[in-house]
Design a protein around this ligand. Structure first.
Ligand SMILES: [Zn+2]
Ligand SMILES: [Zn+2]
Length: 218
């Protein structure tokens, strides 16, 4: 590892209001990321790259354009993606499409209990495994199982908050030895020059989100 390279803190999994279930406006995205001391974040909305493309040229924060694709076998994050990838394809086909679009494929929350997670469909075609996802319940169990999957496959380990509410941004992030640009960051990830950091979304923040969702429904 080159000691002269920078260490960047990047939240690799954030949903903006372009995801139907997220409250985060594009302005809040920037302000919370700065408040949390992040160098950048990946916008990974559900099955749309619209918000990611809108923010890709942002100068004040490093934005990795991405998408969280609903494959027929579970959610898959594509990073460095600037063209749409269809949903409901098999995991294998989705990973192929991500690679064909010049991106990298991350098995997000691969051991998740309550949502669409890949579980046994994670294989060596993935470029990295999201071992830490702040939204996981129970967090410790998911972390342990995901780390086991990553080490069995010998894949790089990354982390993201899976934020859907501003204060959740940066609860988990990936520390990378990389130059601060998207191409170098994804290369560093693939080489394993990265490590997961952070923890779960605090209960108080989860409660604030529920209150905020209910307020907006009134
Ligand atoms: Zn997901
Ligand atoms: Zn997500």
């Amino acid at each position: 590892m080159d000691c002269e390279e920078l260490q960047l803190k990047i939240d690799m999994h954030v949903h903006t209001c372009y995801s139907k279930d997220s409250l985060i406006t594009l302005e809040e995205l920037l302000s919370y990321a700065k408040k949390r001391g992040l160098d950048g974040l990946a916008i990974t909305d559900h099955d749309t790259i619209e918000g990611a493309l809108k923010m890709a040229s942002e100068k004040s924060l490093l934005i990795i354009p991405g998408v969280e694709i609903s494959s027929s076998e579970g959610h898959i994050v594509g990073l460095n993606i600037t063209r749409p990838i269809p949903k409901k394809l098999s995991a294998r086909e989705t990973v192929d499409r991500i690679h064909g679009a010049g991106g990298i494929a991350v098995a997000c929350h691969p051991a998740g209990f309550f949502r669409q997670s890949l579980r046994k469909h994670v294989d060596s075609t993935f470029d990295a495994i999201e071992v830490m996802n702040s939204a996981e319940i129970p967090f410790g169990r998911a972390l342990k199982q995901s780390m086991r999957i990553a080490s069995c496959l010998g894949k790089p380990q990354v982390a993201g908050s899976d934020a859907h509410f501003g204060p959740e941004i940066g609860c988990a992030y990936t520390v990378l030895d990389s130059e601060p640009n998207v191409d170098d960051i994804v290369k560093a990830m693939c080489k394993g020059q990265c490590q997961p950091s952070g923890g779960p979304i605090p209960l108080s923040v989860r409660l604030r989100r529920i209150i905020e969702v209910n307020k907006r429904r009134l």
